[in-house]
Design a protein around this ligand. Structure first.
Ligand code: ZN
Ligand code: MG
Ligand code: ZN
Length: 495
């Protein structure tokens, strides 16, 4: 059709990535292999859709597809917490005796290989604690898709870009802004994660991610971008359909897709927390499971296979906030991994590699505070995020009765006099954590290592303790992609 955009995958002419200036660097990328993955696919139901997938053709590996699920900031306590919450809900009488193999299980428990991963970055000051950007590439804190330093930044190729160049379809799905560090580290290159307008521009102009779903419309909207450029119109010119609601997402059935979702109150930032989407707001945002299903549905049209990264990105934010509702968010992530495993099992025509691993831990979360007990009924009852509760309390303007109503409405707790004093004094988190006995040692990231879960071809590569730089390596091996982590590329970013 006239004006039909070229969606094929020769990244040398489409994304400014040159194939002829490569040196292997001592530093290899972490989760993204920037060392990370890339690709494109084909729609089969009408000529108006832009095909997904790159132009290259790949030599088949053992796996046709790869799906990587990242619960940002989740280590063992987060996984255990999701398991306890699920077990409590399934049988509160039997709890905790049902928290066993053979009792309540998470989907990650079905993984063929369980291992553990390092998280430390390659930062000049030798901190063992990474930020999410550096975690994507094992680089200095704040860097997206490159190594070196902010002054001497060197872009490196990601696993998503390699997949794209091999003709595969690619997708990035998250509950944060799509321009946030984790997804950005798979497909864009900037010395500092803060330049999200530029990250949006790179997604659109490079066009090597076929399906982009998340929040962050403000970085595409000409009214909100600093340069006034209309990335929404430009994305459409590039062949992307644009969806902004759950219904519009449901309608998109093939072709390149840019989904930018948000809550009614703030449509341009992150998507809502699971508990707020589910129990508080009458929202038109899709859930992470739906987004994952749609991405798989579209990307699986590509005959060359696909690479998909799905991030449960706000687990990290609840870790920073020390919010008990993090367990609900982590449980949603586990449902996503179950969806991924179901797809891998149901698609008899091809093999899919599936993995869940976090980028680092956030919050120093612990299951227990200062007593030999936790109240999982209370954790189950907290059905709004701390952020929502705090802003609703703010809106009461120090009205004591209204404050009590807000907390009781969303938790069912009957507050004591002391708790009311603490809450009106601004210490809601402490009150809720005292009730539940959830513990926290930090409001930042920690150096804790993270558990990993892998299934499908080459899963055995991850059945051990491994370095975060090995994620992209193992996925490339599963896909049979030629890929060297840490390969320098020529890439023009705008300052
Ligand atoms: Zn992170
Ligand atoms: Mg993230
Ligand atoms: Zn964080």
């Amino acid at each position: 059709m006239p004006g039909k955009p070229d969606v094929g995958g020769d990244a040398a002419d489409r994304s400014g990535i040159s194939a002829n200036r490569r040196t292997f660097m001592g530093t290899v990328g972490a989760i993204t292999g920037a060392s990370a993955l890339g690709g494109t696919a084909l729609a089969d139901d009408g000529d108006e859709k832009t095909e997904v997938g790159g132009e290259g053709s790949r030599t088949d590996g053992d796996a046709r597809n790869a799906i990587l699920v990242i619960p940002d900031g989740a280590a063992q306590a987060h996984i255990s917490g999701a398991r306890y919450l699920k077990a409590y809900r399934e049988d509160s009488e039997e709890f905790p005796l049902n928290v066993t193999p053979g009792g309540t299980t998470l989907h990650v428990d079905q993984a063929e290989q369980i291992g553990g991963m390092s998280t430390y970055p390659d930062n000049p000051d030798r901190t063992p604690i990474t930020d999410s950007a550096a975690a994507g590439t094992k680089t200095y804190s704040g860097a997206i898709g490159g190594v070196g330093s902010e002054d001497e930044y060197t872009p490196v190729k990601t696993i998503l870009e390699a997949a794209h160049e091999a003709g595969m379809a690619t997708g990035l799905v998250t509950t944060t802004r799509i321009t946030h560090a984790t997804p950005a580290a798979f497909a864009t290159h900037v010395p500092d994660r803060g330049v999200e307008d530029e990250i949006a521009r790179q997604y659109v102009d490079d066009g090597n991610v076929d399906v982009l779903l998340g929040g962050g419309k403000r970085h595409f909207d000409p009214e909100e971008r600093d340069d006034g450029e209309d990335m929404l119109a430009r994305a459409e010119e590039q062949g992307y359909q644009i969806a902004e609601t759950e219904a519009e997402l449901a309608d998109a059935d093939s072709g390149k897709l840019l989904g930018l979702f948000g809550s009614e109150s703030d449509r341009s930032a992150h998507m809502s927390y699971y508990v707020d989407r589910e129990y508080v707001d009458d929202t038109d945002e899709p859930g992470l499971v739906e987004m994952t299903e749609k991405a798989i549905d579209i990307l699986s049209d590509c005959e060359n296979g696909f690479f998909l990264m799905v991030e449960s990105g706000r687990v990290d934010h609840q870790g920073h906030a020390n919010d008990n509702a993090i367990t609900h968010e982590q449980l949603e992530c586990d449902e996503v991994f179950g969806t991924v495993l179901d797809y891998a099992e149901d698609d008899a025509t091809s093999e899919t590699f599936a993995m869940q691993v976090a980028d680092h831990e956030t919050g120093g979360m612990s299951l227990g505070w200062d007593a030999y007990d936790m109240d999982w009924g209370a954790i189950d009852d907290i059905r709004a995020s701390l952020e929502h509760l705090e802003s609703a309390i703010d809106e009461t303007g120090d009205d004591r009765g209204a404050t009590v109503d807000v907390v009781e409405e969303h938790t069912g707790f009957e507050l004591t006099e002391g708790e009311i004093i603490d809450i009106t004094g601004g210490d809601l988190a402490k009150v809720l954590n005292k009730r539940t006995q959830m513990g926290w040692s930090s409001d930042s990231h920690t150096a804790e290592e993270v558990p990993s879960y892998a299934s499908g071809p080459n899963a055995e590569f991850f059945g051990r303790y491994f370095d975060n730089t090995e994620v992209a390596v193992g996925i490339a091996e599963a896909l049979g992609l030629e890929f060297e982590p840490g390969r320098e590329i020529d890439y023009e970013f705008r300052d």
